[in-house]
Design a protein around this ligand. Sequence first.
Ligand SMILES: Nc1ncnc2c1ncn2[C@@H]1O[C@H](COP(=O)(O)OP(=O)(O)OP(=O)(O)O)[C@@H](O)[C@H]1O
Ligand SMILES: [Mg+2]
Ligand SMILES: [Mg+2]
Length: 486
Amino acid sequence: MLSEELKNKYQLIIGLEVHAQLMTESKMFAADANEYGKSPNTQISAITLGHPGTLPKVNRKAIAYAIKMGLACNSEITRHNVFARKNYFYPDLPKGYQLTQDKGPICVGGTVPIQLADGSKKEVILNRVHMEEDAGKSIHLAEEADTLVDFNRAGTPLIEIVTEPDLHSPEEAYAFLAEVKKLVKYLDICDGNMEEGSLRCDANVSVMLKGATELGKKVEVKNMNSFRNVFRAIEHEHERLIGLIEAGEEVISETRTFDANTGLTASMRTKEDLNDYRYFPEPDLSPVVVSDEWLNAVKATMPILPRELHKKFVEEFGLPDYDASFLTESKDVALWFNELCSKTKNYKAASNWMMGPVKSSLNENSLDMKDFPISTDSFVALIALVDDGKVSYTAASQNLYPAMLNSTAESPLEIAQRLNLIQESDESSLKPIVEEVLAANAAKVKEYKSGKKGLMGLFMGQVMKQSQGKADPKVATKLLIELLKN
Ligand SMILES: Nc1ncnc2c1ncn2[C@@H]1O[C@H](COP(=O)(O)OP(=O)(O)OP(=O)(O)O)[C@@H](O)[C@H]1O
Ligand SMILES: [Mg+2]
Ligand SMILES: [Mg+2]
């Protein structure tokens, strides 16, 4: 572990390359199904395998998805798009080259907003988002020392989201990934599943003395299969690079691989054996031109974005930033909440319900908001029962709400009646109970009257007990104050 003092001497610089698999039905340049988890080598065609005489054809849906990402990040959309062949030899690359965008990525620049745990915010600057196709998958068999190849993944449409070297801590990198995942899910273009490899991240890391004007040499770390592991890999490189420099050793530009078991990285290849990819424009594809008409059609499919919903929840509903961030974390939650708030004006109560009981019950039952059984209409009725003093919040959250989860046929009022949860807010029926309590506690009443005002809580507790928790606290308090005056 390096001292804080040493860490403070250096500035950590991170640039991320995030690959997102697009959820199109077919592949980037062929009609074979784009489906995860199928039997090896069943989702392949002669085009994907690059057999002689076959010709690729661009999947326009994949292009539209990439444009959606660019629009969400306020990138500039390139109108004249050319694909290039990136040539290299690897067993899982059936054609011997990958189709990608070398010059002129489909989305240029743009930003992604992030927020850290301490509440600080920042716009991470993107270099570009470009299109490419995925390779197949090599499966290395440990025992037989053999390698098998599954080409199902080959040709899957990808976007590569490349940041500027604009991130400065593992926390920022983590927040960026979380935001990208959230965005692609809102846009419905990628499922964001890092374990299944639909979202993959390479981290470029360097350090430089604070105040230096030139970036240090970077290493690129690969093979992290979770956000947490990206965090760990950066943390490790941060320390390793400073250690190297402090020891007077040279940092080498290289690609390193992360080992999740040890938390360490190891060299894979250095810049010296850098591939010459011999990029050249793909001769079998004509340029893809994004017309105004097409661009507008894609714009029309844009969903409401988390940052827009966040703004609405804060500005229109008057909710704290914290609530808005929580509520927009998942698209399903945000949209459900948005609908709920079109039916109630008690936004803060609605938000508290979401952050408390709803969140807990979803977690406990490992449910998604998609499977949430209560309709927004019923939920509004629940909130109104509490607001009108008919059911106490305690009874509503502890008894009524759990019952609603299991009984969607009855209205909240019917359930509250069945469970005997309706509060007694009628003065005339509460008064005898209050009188009874005061009579039974004559000594305490005397103490109260001689100044021990703290006893109010005790009386209140007794009234609640006598009324089996159904006394409306407001009415009971009012009656107690009145009767204790005499
Ligand atoms: N000195 C540096 N320190 C940290 N990150 C850097 C530094 N210089 C560049 N980067 C980042 O490295 C990444 C470079 O990605 P890019 O895709 O452009 O090139 P590449 O890694 O050489 O290509 P490939 O896609 O073949 O891996 C960017 O995210 C960029 O911000
Ligand atoms: Mg790259
Ligand atoms: Mg790279």
